[in-house]
Design a protein around this ligand. Structure first.
Ligand code: NAD
Ligand code: 44H
Length: 390
């Protein structure tokens, strides 16, 4: 069985490639970095180390890589694939959609086998989003065949994989916890089951629970910590005050999730507690700028901050800490993050009301809009005062 995975980055190697390989797939990574491609081609394996006390290491075997710009190789790999996965960042799916589409066209000329394509990105409906882009590019006369042979099952992947600084550039250090949830009814029959993945009949409760707990809490820790000069999530979680703030955010989104998906309260509390412990894992060093990266995406209407905030408003749930996190996110001005730079530029040129309306999708007449503005101004004033005193 052959899997083609776009994006051999942290989660691609540290989780997707690992589970696929352990499930008996030969994994071909579609990559951009020439040095990385050469190493994967030559070694055909790489180590994954768990961030636990023993630093347990396993070897991911039967892997190789091809260059995403080599359309002949990409076409051939897609034609032969039994499964395609991606982990390139949801905003980058548009860059790989053309190669996937061309590969599908080539595949249709060579065989009639069904194919599942899963975008393992942190977003609601990422595979559906990729499907829309592929269908836009695919000639209309192939749509019927695509409906028959292709599926884009949505999925939720969870494992904290920080930016790596190992001596071996292929090695990945990952947290021990993992969860991969796949929407089974959306799949085409055929491919080997992924060992360790959880196949479900409805994905929404799982992806929302993950995104609005793990990712909401994570980015809140990053944005709160950034304002106070911390460098890592572990440092933030070691501050009792900030840890408490993050916990409170998760109580707020927890109420939303319990109400929306009729989750068991005690079970969800255990999920929150486990999530907090995962953030604090002393064997990991996860930078604030990785976790807070791409604030425009994270503050967008369908993502981990605004979506639970609007649901909370709808349900009459108070969300002071979520408001505080959105305001802190608007102050995330890390110079090496292109989205942070753009956000700050628009804030300077067009002002806070424009940004909340256009980027967060919350109009001025919505009560949450005002609350974010008030909190943003309060935090910005605090920063000005601190800078003046320095
Ligand atoms: N790291 C985590 O903890 C984690 C966990 C769950 C989900 N995710 C999600 O997985 C995705 C990847 O995250 P990551 O942390 O592994 O990031 P990363 O930057 O480590 O990896 C991204 C990979 O995609 C590649 N890539 C980007 N654009 C590409 C293109 N046009 N063609 C080919 N390759 C391309 C990059 O070269 C890189 O190898 C994101 O959507 C993220 O939200 C990450
Ligand atoms: O990947 P992002 O930018 O959507 O979010 C950053 C982190 O919160 C994220 O990568 C987590 O580590 C991961 O989602 C855990 O499963």
């Amino acid at each position: 069985m052959k899997a083609v995975h776009f994006g051999p980055g942290n989660i691609g190697r540290g989780f997707i490639g690992l589970l696929l390989s352990k499930s008996g797939y030969d994994v071909c990574f579609v990559a951009r970095n020439k040095k990385q491609i050469a190493m994967l081609q030559q070694r055909k394996q790489y180590p994954v180390t768990l961030a636990n006390e023993n630093e347990d290491t396993s070897i991911v075997r039967n892997v190789t890589a091809i260059n995403g710009n080599d359309s002949r190789q990409v076409n051939e790999a897609i034609a032969e694939a039994d499964l395609i996965t991606t982990a390139v960042g949801v905003s980058n799916l548009k860059h790989i959609a053309p190669a996937i589409t061309t590969g599908i066209e080539h595949r249709f000329k060579t065989n009639d086998r069904p194919l599942n394509i899963m975008a393992c990105e942190n977003a609601i409906g990422a595979s559906t989003h990729l499907k829309k882009m592929v269908y836009k590019l695919l000639p209309a006369e192939l749509h019927e065949k695509a409906d028959r042979l292709l599926a884009f099952p949505n999925t939720a992947v969870d494992r904290i994989v920080p930016a790596q600084d190992n001596e071996d550039p292929l090695e990945v250090t990952v947290e021990p916890f993992y969860e991969w949830v796949i929407l089974r009814p959306a799949m085409k029959e055929g491919p080997k089951e992924i060992k360790g993945a959880h196949y479900v009949e409805s994905l929404e409760p799982y992806i929302e629970r993950k995104l609005f707990t793990v990712n909401t809490g994570h980015c809140c820790a990053a944005y709160f910590g950034y304002l106070e000069g911390y460098r890592t999530i572990q440092e933030v979680m070691a501050s009792p005050r900030l840890r408490q703030k993050v916990k409170e955010v998760l109580q707020e989104t927890g109420k939303v999730l319990i109400r929306k998906h009729q989750l068991d309260e005690k079970k969800h509390q255990r999920y929150i507690d486990k999530t907090i412990d995962r953030f604090a894992n002393p064997n990991l060093k996860d930078s604030i700028v990785r976790v807070g990266r791409s604030p425009i995406r994270k503050l967008s209407a369908n993502d981990r901050l605004v979506r639970p905030a609007l649901l909370a408003y709808q349900y009459g749930i108070e969300i002071p800490q979520l408001i505080s996190a959105m305001a802190a996110g608007l102050l995330f001005d890390y110079k090496k993050d292109p989205e942070a730079v753009k956000l700050q530029e628009v804030l300077r040129k067009r002002g806070i009301h424009h940004v909340i309306g256009q980027y967060l999708g919350i109009e001025e007449d919505h009560p949450i809009h005002r609350q974010i503005v008030d909190e943003y101004e309060k935090l910005a004033k605090g920063i000005r005062k601190k800078n003046a005193a320095m």
